[in-house]
Structures are given as C-alpha cells and as structure tokens.
Design a protein around this ligand. Structure first.
Ligand SMILES: [Zn+2]
Length: 195
C-alpha cells in the first residue's frame, strides 16, 4: 500500500507514518526546500530535533544511514537513500520575522513556521526542522551561505520511520533568495509499507 500526497507551494501538510514505513520526499520541480518536522504520534512533547541530530551523528551533514533524532534522543528516522546529499540542519523554519529582518516584507508572508504549526494544530514558538534539499555552504571561518538546492526535478530522499510519527512538512515559502532557487514549487510525499 502506498499513500501519495502533494504539498502545494508555500503550504504545509500533516501526514502520519508508522514505524517501519518508508517516507519518500520528492522535489518534483527541482531546486525546492522541504521543511521536514515531526512529532511522536501519541505524545507531541517528543519531536524532531535538528540539534540532537547534529549531536548524536557528530556531524552537520545527513548521509545514507544517518539517524534523525527526537529531542529525547530517540531515533525517529533513518536515511535509506538520497539522490541529493545536501540538506540543512542549521536553520529554523522561516517566519514573518525572518522575512521582515532580511526583506522588510514579513507582514502576511506565507511561512514554514505557521504552515507547520497550522497543519499539526500546534503553536510552537520556534521549529528547527530538517531542511531537506536546502544547500547551506559552511566556510572554515564559520560563515554560511545559502545556495540554490542541488536537487533536480524528481530527486528524492527516502527515510524509514523508526517510531510512529505525525509529520509536518512544508514546501518552503522563500522566493526572495537562492534558498528555493528564486521561486516556490510543490513537494510530493509517498508513504510505503515495506512489508
Ligand atoms: Zn520556509
């Protein structure tokens, strides 16, 4: 059985996945970031933590075989395969204040924080997702540069759920920088039972 979802540009969607199921996130048009967040299905106080993921993997990168951890240091996902190899664990979800800070256009701007909070019916003050396909270059001096994603149309990453989760995934709303290659496009998600 396979469930397929299309997240429209600048939108979010909640999707449930059970332990052992495979989650394929597809950049349908290429060059688009997916803000990937999740909470444990029956206890939302346990949720995806990019910081804990950096800590446990001792790496700023996600590789095939890497684990994505919860705030309670439990495995939530394992990277099964990856067409792209560049994802971001550093940036919080975009939000009106971010658009205001950089572009002075925050009022009423679509944004991943509100889109993920809305689809999960939460009001988290900040969300640090895994920014799938986001290409952040880290210089040896510590400065960072956001470059266009390396993902081409149809490129995908496959994750296996290591616990029952409710995903909150947003097709990122930034059109002002290279983050999404200058325009916002959809993200497709497929959930497969392996057995
Ligand atoms: Zn965003």
């Amino acid at each position: 059985m396979s469930r397929q979802y299309t997240i429209p540009p600048c939108s979010g969607m909640a999707i449930e996945a059970m332990q052992g199921e495979r989650i394929t996130v597809i950049d349908t048009d290429g060059g688009q970031v997916a803000d990937f967040f999740a909470e444990a299905l029956d206890h939302a106080e346990e949720f995806l933590s990019a910081g804990v993921t950096i800590d446990c993997n001792e790496s700023l990168r996600l590789n095939v075989g890497s684990i994505i951890y919860s705030n309670l240091y439990n495995p939530m996902f394992r990277v099964v395969s990856d067409d792209v190899g560049e994802h971001d664990l550093l940036h919080p979800c975009c939000r009106p204040e971010m658009y205001e800070f950089f572009y002075h256009n925050g009022q009423g701007h679509r944004n991943c924080l509100d889109n993920i909070n809305a689809c999960l019916n939460r009001s988290r003050a900040i969300i640090h997702p895994v920014n799938l396909f986001m290409h952040t270059k880290i210089d040896p001096n510590g400065s960072i540069t956001v470059l266009p994603p390396l993902s081409k149309p149809g490129d995908k990453i496959v994750l296996q759920a290591e616990m029952n989760v409710r995903l909150g995934i947003a097709a990122c709303s930034v059109a002002e920088s290279s983050c999404n290659s200058g325009s916002c496009t959809p993200i497709k998600v497929i959930i497969d039972s392996v057995k």
